[in-house]
Design a protein. Structure first.
Length: 714
């Protein structure tokens, strides 16, 4: 029913809305005020000139002219009063319900102004017609008109005229009767006129003759045309029982006739101010009525704005009676109560949803695995922190930032996209992160409009498993090989001591063979020692050390052994660099890296055809707040093609290398909560960067910040 009621209301015509908007923009009401004010002043000036410039004698003006002046002055005056009421309505409403105030004021003003204007004009016309006499009718009409007798009777009967006649004086001095009204037998109006005609012609306004029972009078209608009016009246009152009384009445009538124009002006002024007073009273009543009727609506407007601003506890304290305003207030209060209840329920539900979402986001962000949500078209909707750091690192910003919804899983990880397209639930894929090849364990769970993908970097896990396996292999090899080495060496030495004197021929060959056996046994023992060192690398013992001093010691030993290579130390070399480390392992790691660099320089020198080539190794040490880094650069042969496996055990590019040197270095660095990186220098050669935590014991439980940076060591 409510919807039908609302739909049945007719909308405001478009032309009217456009007119209202244009009126507001052009301030048309202000222009109307100026126009009506000018019109009012013009009508006041016209009325003043009309009355002041009329012919002398004080005779009244034509009734139509006087009524027209009154109406013409009232129209702009009433319009100004209505416009003033509009301004007061707008000011009293303060903009909230000004339109309704204006409509009520206009309606009440129109209801009061139109009838008042009509009544004032009609009254002015009747009054002016009432003070007129026969002269005005004869100026407009004729005695032969069929309506003249009725008009004459209308004028005579209210004045108690018993007998009346219209006479015309002829040029020869005789008087002719033009019209008779109620003349009895024996009455001679023409004879009476002949006796008093000379007096009236000389200027007397009225010639009167009276007795105790009768009064007769002769008055000019038009002296120039010789038309006169004869009236007689039977006197019953005491005031008409003498000729003197009749003369007094005639004199008073003449005085009234001379003041007729002033009476017209006074009557117009009275009607003007009474009419304006009625309209002003209507405007005042309209303002009071509008205030009373619109005040509840104003309160509702203010309350609705409060509700629109989110204050659903707002209630209206106005009228709550049985009328429409009370019904509206009660309905508004019920609505706000329901809104408040529903809003509280929604806020509570949203709070619970926010808490659950925060909990889920915290859980997702806290896990080490990457989590990614995609829609049916493969667009990424959500990525947690580990997923961003792992997959978006190639796009800059260290994997941080938004952009979900603009990327697709195919553009980031085509291998995972292929798994989704193939309907696989889990699998192992390879992912290239810069120059690093990672191994990801992926699980895919379908949901309503897409998939949830979880993946974890198991590259380090696989490497640890491989190192553990190689450590076990090294331990077994060392155990199996080391046991027969000593008997072989002892047997060789005994053979040489016992049988060397007995061999007369080929003695030098015998010595060479036994020396070869002893030398190879020594090499095997050295290899076994390296295997044992890799398999049983002891746990580091952390003590306060000076990393700069340890670096200088390792660099000095290499300078002594390789005098044909230029060594240089740079970076933070002004004072001690404090670090908690295992002194022996720190030096062993740095020595192995410097040794590999020297071997790379020697290999480059052997194959280089440049006569001025000279090897160079630069060592730079930098101290940070939580770690220190030692970078070793050389201009040697550079990194091999399969550099991703360079730190794996038994992977080497040298003919007599065991492939355990860098594996041991990597293990030492990891024990010190750091990482090792390899990169190619633009001008040729290799750059190896070792990063050690300043306090590995404190950093043991913290996430290793270098996991995402080990792009080259794996």
């Amino acid at each position: 029913m409510a919807s039908q009621a609302f739909s049945s209301s007719r909308p405001t015509p478009r032309w009217l809305r456009r007119f209202v908007v244009a009126a507001r923009r052009s301030n048309v009401f202000f222009l109307l005020e100026i126009f009506f004010a000018a019109a009012f002043l013009a009508m006041v000036a016209s009325t003043w000139l009309t009355f002041s410039e009329a012919p002398p004698g004080g005779q009244s003006l034509p009734s139509r002219q006087v009524a027209g002046l009154l109406v013409g002055t009232l129209v702009p005056a009433m319009a100004l009063l209505v416009l003033l009421g509009r301004r007061m309505a707008i000011r009293r409403a303060a903009g909230s319900t000004a339109r309704l105030h204006v409509r009520l004021v206009f309606l009440f003003s129109l209801i009061a102004a139109v009838p008042t204007l009509l009544v004032a004009g009609f009254a002015a016309f009747l009054f002016q017609s009432g003070v007129g006499d026969m002269r005005f009718y004869l100026e407009r009409g004729s005695l032969v008109n069929e309506a003249f007798p009725n008009y004459y009777r209308y004028q005579a009967e209210p004045r108690d005229i018993s007998e009346s006649a219209i006479l015309q004086a002829m040029p020869d001095g005789t008087v002719r009767t033009a019209f008779l009204y109620g003349v009895n037998e024996g009455t001679e109006p023409a004879a009476f006129a002949e006796r008093f005609l000379d007096r009236v012609r000389r200027g007397e306004p009225v010639a009167i003759e009276g007795s105790e029972g009768r009064i007769e009078a002769l008055a000019p209608i038009d002296r120039e045309s010789g038309i006169y009016l004869y009236n007689s009246r039977t006197a019953q009152a005491d005031s008409f029982r003498s000729w003197q009384a009749a003369t007094n009445i005639s004199t008073a009538y003449e005085a009234l006739t001379l003041r007729a124009r002033a009476l017209q002006l006074r009557f117009n002024l009275a009607l003007f101010f009474v009419s304006l007073g009625l309209v002003g009273l209507a405007v005042w009543f309209a303002l009071r009525f509008a205030d009373r009727q619109v005040e509840p609506l104003t309160s509702l407007v203010v309350a609705a704005r409060e509700v629109g601003g989110g204050n659903f506890a707002m209630r209206v304290d106005g009228r709550t009676g049985a009328d429409e305003i009370g019904l509206l207030n009660r309905a508004f209060n019920r609505m706000t109560a329901q809104l408040e209840k529903q809003t509280d329920a929604l806020v509570s539900a949203n709070r619970q949803l926010d808490e659950r979402r925060d909990f889920i986001e915290a859980v997702i962000e806290s896990v080490s695995a990457g989590v990614m949500s995609i829609d049916a078209r493969g667009r990424i909707l959500l990525m947690n922190g580990p997923a961003k750091r792992l997959l978006l690192a190639n796009e800059g910003g260290q994997g941080e930032g938004g952009g979900e919804g603009e990327r697709t899983v195919h553009s980031l990880v085509p291998q995972i996209a292929a798994m989704v397209a193939g309907g696989l639930e889990q699998g192992i894929v390879g992912y290239s992160k810069g120059s690093e090849l990672l191994t990801l364990a992926v699980k895919i769970a379908p949901e309503r409009d897409g998939h949830v993908i979880t993946f974890e970097d198991i590259t380090r896990q696989l490497l640890d498993q491989r190192q553990a396996a190689w450590s076990d292999v090294a331990r077994r090899i060392a155990h199996e090989i080391k046991n027969p080495l000593t008997p072989i060496q002892l047997a060789t030495e005994r053979l040489k001591r016992r049988y060397r004197r007995q061999i007369l021929e080929d003695g030098e060959l015998f010595d060479e063979l036994t020396d070869t056996i002893k030398r190879q046994v020594g090499d095997l023992r050295t290899m076994v020692d390296e295997f044992s060192s890799f398999a049983r690398l002891p746990k580091p013992v952390f003590r306060p050390e000076d990393a700069l001093d340890l670096t200088r010691q390792s660099l000095f030993l290499q300078e002594v052994g390789h005098s044909d290579i230029d060594y240089r130390l740079s970076g933070d070399i002004e004072g001690p660099i404090r670090i908690q480390c295992d002194r022996h392992q720190f030096g062993q790691a740095l020595t192995n890296v410097l040794k590999n660099a020297a071997e790379a320089v020697e290999a480059e020198a052997a194959r280089s055809s440049a006569p001025d080539y000279r090897g160079r190794i630069d060592v730079a040490i930098e101290a940070g707040p939580d770690s220190i880094s030692v970078a070793v650069e050389d201009n040697g042969v550079g990194l091999p093609k399969d550099r991703e496996r360079i730190v794996e055990p038994y992977v080497t590019t040298r003919e007599r290398g065991t492939g355990l040197g860098l594996a041991i270095v990597n293990k030492i660095v990891e024990e010190h909560r750091g990482d090792m990186q390899f990169s190619v220098r633009p001008e040729g050669g290799t750059r190896v960067t070792l990063r050690f935590a300043r306090d590995p014991g404190r950093a043991h439980d913290a996430p290793q910040g270098g996991d995402e940076q080990n792009s080259d060591k794996r």
